[in-house]
Every structure is written in structure tokens, then in C-alpha cells.
Write a protein that binds this ligand. Structure first.
Ligand code: C2O
Length: 581
């Protein structure tokens, strides 16, 4: 009964064509998809909710490519809102136009309009994902992006799995994502989802009028090895992920291989991807095992909300020798979960990751940024500050980021007409000297930091080292970076450099700034364009915890951003601002 399609007649077209075969070691292929974005009603917990989805699926279709392939995705917008699709973690070398960040790189694709994203997926392997990048629409507009090695699955730097399975952790909201975004932007952070989800299923902890929601079921065979490609597509927190009776070997994060790391608990923050091997070897045989995704709800305004949780079931079917079938009538084993208010395990999980194939970390730092990520107060004109909101916004270096409204930043910079962007501000390279974390009034602005091509940048991301802190999963578009260190308290330049991992730091597109602490990242600006840096928590990005890097062109044509595609979405249509304030 759960997840049945209700309402009026609904249809969609879906095709995926691989125009040249990408066999082992073969030549690069052109992989083509059509994404029909439309609304449909899904019934969960006794309510019909209108949601926006791709090709009628939630999660949306998983895209599978081989490293080096070219992807062509035709987006057909049959929904009533403007949409963009962001290819989270794809480097988009010299192709910022295809990044899909709403009002940063492009104006949204309007209702009844189409746009085709064309880009290469090169120099990265593992799991990434795609999602809508306007307001909080990504809540239901998302899917996995799987990148396999060019020389075939035998060349995985870990035992070849028997099967690969995407696990998308998400949330089921009954609040419209556009409305949700308006509330976040107006300091109203009270909304919570009805449940977390695993591959779109709410799981059996949810019942309404005697109807229990479906569990995601993973069928396995005794003795086989599974590669779970886990994506955290949720709007809110980090998740603990466990399967009773089983352990994991982490082999990649954010489409970068890591040294095999064994654990029974995965920690995955909003926006992150983690690839893990799990061997179906539960003993004694014959059982069934819950897999649990549990949201981490530490300090802060979310403490009083219900626990975010979904569970699925791992169930054994007979293997080749007829052994190991689960007893479907017996009890299902429950994993012992960490305390959902305790982030300690997240700190160590993130800190324990190291790169499998380390590349030299650039040593000469050209530019240093110290970025304070926290909350401030900003009351809309005429609005009366009243509890519980206290006009709270989020900010970076005391500017609460605001999206441009008339044209995208990339288009304005490309046309060399930044007067098209009102309230443009230079992003300061340090916080104001006397900043008090989570205190004081702040101001809005479209804050950008201009940097020359081929500059080595080190960024210290500093969260509030004070009570009422919260982990912030920061995401940078268009570049992977080294994570050199993380720590608690206030970053100390003299002392903390000694803690840097300059040997085999993990390479990621997500940097989790731990609660009460800081994280240091380093990268080289190798990709001209406008690249968003923001917290991946929906309520933070919508309320200002963001800024944009403007990376200038280099000296040659192959270090210069080419012109936009001919059919680039227009910003002139007055409806272009659908979904924006
Ligand atoms: Cu996955 Cu700018 O986001």
C-alpha cells in the first residue's frame, strides 16, 4: 500500500542509450539519458503528498558510466517549478556551464522547457550523485551516479564484488520544498520530515491506521561480497548506518579510493557518498538482519525533534549450494546503534580516512582563507523579532549569502557585467576580528571571492567552538580537495599545522566541520568558473551558509572557460525567478 502512485493518469518516457560500447579497456562512450521532471502523488502514512520526481522514480534513476565517458542528459521540465540538476562531485573541467547550481551557474530550466547537460566524467571513480539545485527540491529529485574503472571491474583496488547496490538515504517530508525553503530563509527551522528513508522506503517503524510502511529489502546470498554505494541525499543530518551481524570495509568516499577501513558503523553526512564492501557471512545462518539509518541529532535546535530513522532488511536467499536461506518467520536481528546525540564516532570515522593512492599535496600556499561558519541575527525589514526564531540566519565570515535574482553569477562574470548582480560583495578572507560565534547582527550579500587560475588555496573552516555548535558538511563545487586535518576548539595556526596529514590525506568534495571544531582543506584552482562553497544541510544553504569562488581564466585557451552552450537557459523570462525570493 505504501508508495502507490495515486491521482491522475501519469506517464513518462525514460530511456538510456549507450551509443558506443564501453567494454573493458574500451574507448570512451557517450551515455545518454532523458530526465522527465514531473510531479506525482505518493501515499505514505495515510497522506497523499505531491512530490517532484525524475522519471516517476524515487530515488531517481541511477546513472552508470565508465570513467572517461561523456554524459548527455536531456532534462524535460514537466513540473510547475524551475529546476536545475547539479552533478554533485563531478569536476566539470572547463565546463562550469554544466554544473547546474541554480543562480550560481545557470538560471533554472522553466516549466515546459528543456535543457541538455553535456559533460565528461573523467579522472574520478566510485560513487557520486545528482540532485536538483534550486531551493530544497533535491529532497525528492536525486539519484546515484556510478563511475566504474575504465579497465573493467577486475581493476577495482579491492576484492571484486559479486554485486553492486546503491543505498540512497533520504527523508520523507510532507512540507512542500519551496515552502520549506521560504521558512528556512525566514529563520523558521521547526519543520522536520515524517521519517528517514532507505532507497525511498520509510520502513516498518512507521505505521498509520494499521498500515506498516515497506522496508527496503536487500537480498543476498551466503558467501558473496556486495559493494554498497551509499549516498546521503537527506536534507538534514549525518547518519549512522549499520547492518546487524555484519561489518563493512570502506573503500571509497566521494569517488576517491581510500585505504580499506574496517568498521561496523558507517557515518555519512548530508551530501557525502561512501562505498563499502560487505560480505554476506552472518552466523549463524538462517536469520534476517535490520539495516538502520539513524540521523545524528546532537545539540542545537533539532534536539527536540523526533529521531530520524529508517530501517531496511537484509535477507538471505539460497546460494548455489542451496544454503543460507533466511527464515522469514523468525525475528529480525536489530543492530545496536550509537547514541543519536553523540557525534564522537563521526569525528573519528572522518578522521580515520586516508587516501589509497596518495598524490603529492601542493606545498606552497598562495592564498589562505579562514572562514567562520556560524549563525547570526538578521531581521527582515519591518519584521518583529520574536522567539523562537530571533531572526536567526546562517553566515560565512559574517555575510549571510543570498542568491542573485536576475541572472546567474557565472553568466554575469562571463559577460563581464557584474552590475547585473545587485548586492555583490567581496568575501572577506578572515572573519571580523571581534566576531563572537553565533552572536550579533549580520548582513546579506552575494559574496564572492576572486582568485587567479592555478592558485594553491588553504581554507580553514571554523565552526563555533562554543555550545550550540553543530556539524556542518561543507561542499565545494568543481574541485576535489585534500582534507589535511580536523580538530576541536579554535584552530591554532602555529600548533595545528603539526597535525596535518601531508602524506596520504583523503581527497573529497565534502569537508565535515565537526561540532565545536574545525577542518583544513587545500586545493589548487585548476578550473575557471564560478564554484559554490556551501553547507549541504538544506536549512543552512537556504539561510546563508554559502559563498562562491570565482576562478579566473588561465593564460591559454585550454585554461579558459569556453562559451556557454547555445541553448543555455535564459534568465530574461520573468518566470525565471520561480522558486526564489
Ligand atoms: Cu550537492 Cu551545491 O550541492
Amino acid at each position: 500500500m505504501a508508495a502507490s502512485v495515486a491521482g491522475c493518469f501519469f506517464f513518462f518516457f525514460f530511456f538510456a542509450v549507450v551509443l558506443a560500447t564501453a567494454s573493458s579497456g574500451g574507448s570512451a562512450a557517450l551515455v545518454e539519458h532523458t530526465f522527465i521532471v514531473s510531479q506525482m502523488k505518493l501515499n505514505h502514512l495515510c497522506n497523499d503528498t505531491l512530490v517532484t520526481v525524475v522519471n516517476g522514480q524515487l530515488p531517481g534513476p541511477a546513472i552508470e558510466v565508465t570513467e572517461g565517458d561523456s554524459l548527455v542528459v536531456h532534462v524535460v521540465n514537466k513540473s510547475p517549478h524551475g529546476v536545475t540538476i547539479h552533478w554533485h562531485g563531478v569536476k566539470q573541467q572547463l565546463n562550469c556551464w554544466a554544473d547546474g547550481a541554480g543562480m550560481i551557474t545557470q538560471c533554472p530550466i522553466q516549466p515546459n522547457k528543456n535543457f541538455t547537460y553535456r559533460f565528461d566524467v573523467a579522472g574520478q571513480e566510485g560513487t557520486l550523485w545528482w540532485h536538483a539545485h534550486v531551493t530544497s527540491l533535491r529532497v525528492t529529485v536525486h539519484g546515484a551516479l556510478i563511475i566504474r574503472p575504465r579497465s573493467g571491474p577486475d581493476s577495482y583496488p579491492f576484492p571484486k564484488p559479486d554485486k553492486e547496490i546503491p543505498i540512497v538515504i533520504g527523508e520523507w517530508w510532507e512540507t512542500d520544498p519551496f515552502e520549506l525553503d521560504r521558512r528556512f530563509a525566514n529563520s523558521d527551522f521547526a519543520d522536520v520530515p515524517r521519517s528517514s528513508t532507505i532507497n525511498g522506503k520509510l520502513g516498518d517503524l512507521n505505521t498509520c491506521s494499521g498500515v506498516t510502511e515497506d522496508n527496503y529489502v536487500l537480498e543476498v546470498e551466503l558467501g558473496k561480497t556486495y559493494l554498497l554505494r551509499i549516498v546521503n541525499a537527506a536534507l538534514h543530518p549525518q547518519y549512522y548506518f549499520k547492518i546487524a551481524g555484519h561489518t563493512f570495509t570502506v573503500v571509497a568516499v566521494d569517488a576517491n579510493y581510500v585505504k580499506p577501513y574496517m568498521t561496523d558503523t558507517i557515518v555519512i553526512a548530508a551530501g557525502e557518498t561512501v562505498d563499502v564492501l560487505v560480505v554476506a557471512a552472518a552466523a549463524p545462518t538462517g536469520g534476517r538482519y535490520y539495516m538502520v539509518a539513524l540521523g545524528i541529532m546532537s545539540l542545537g535546535p533539532l534536539t527536540k525533534t523526533p529521531v530520524f530513522i529508517s530501517r531496511g532488511v537484509m535477507s538471505y536467499t539460497a546460494n548455489a549450494s542451496g544454503k543460507g536461506t533466511s527464515d522469514d518467520t523468525g525475528p529480525i536481528m536489530v543492530p545496536e546503534m550509537p547514541d543519536y546525540r553523540d557525534e564522537t564516532m563521526s569525528f573519528y570515522f572522518h578522521g580515520n580516512l586516508t587516501s589509497l593512492r596518495p598524490v603529492p599535496v601542493p606545498g606552497n600556499i598562495d592564498e589562505r582563507l579562514l572562514i567562520a561558519v556560524d549563525t547570526g541575527r538578521l531581521c527582515r525589514q519591518g519584521s518583529v523579532p520574536s522567539p523562537p526564531a530571533y531572526c536567526m540566519v546562517t553566515r560565512m565570515n559574517n555575510i549571510s549569502f543570498q542568491l542573485p535574482t536576475t541572472t546567474s553569477l557565472l553568466q554575469a562574470y562571463y559577460k563581464k557585467d557584474i552590475t547585473m548582480i545587485t548586492s555583490l560583495r567581496d568575501f572577506p578572507s578572515r572573519p571580523p576580528p571581534r566576531i563572537v560565534f553565533n552572536r550579533g547582527y549580520t548582513s546579506r550579500g552575494v559574496s564572492v571571492w576572486r582568485v587567479r587560475y592555478n592558485t594553491t588555496v588553504e581554507v580553514v573552516l571554523q565552526g563555533p567552538p562554543t555550545p550550540a555548535s553543530y556539524s556542518n558538511p561543507m561542499h565545494l563545487h568543481g574541485h576535489d580537495f585534500f582534507i589535511l586535518a580536523q580538530g576541536l576548539g579554535r584552530y591554532n595556526a602555529e600548533k595545528d599545522v603539526y597535525a596535518y596529514n601531508l602524506v596520504d590525506p583523503p581527497v573529497r568534495n565534502m569537508a565535515l566541520v565537526p561540532m565545536y571544531g574545525w577542518t583544513v582543506i587545500r586545493f589548487v584552482t585548476t578550473n575557471p568558473g564560478v564554484w559554490f562553497l556551501h553547507c549541504h544541510l538544506a536549512q543552512h544553504v537556504s539561510s546563508g551558509m554559502a559563498m562562491a569562488f570565482v576562478v579566473e581564466n588561465g593564460p591559454t585557451t585550454d585554461t579558459t572557460l569556453p562559451p556557454p552552450p547555445a541553448d543555455y537557459p535564459s534568465c530574461d523570462d520573468p518566470d525565471d525567478k520561480v522558486g526564489y525570493e
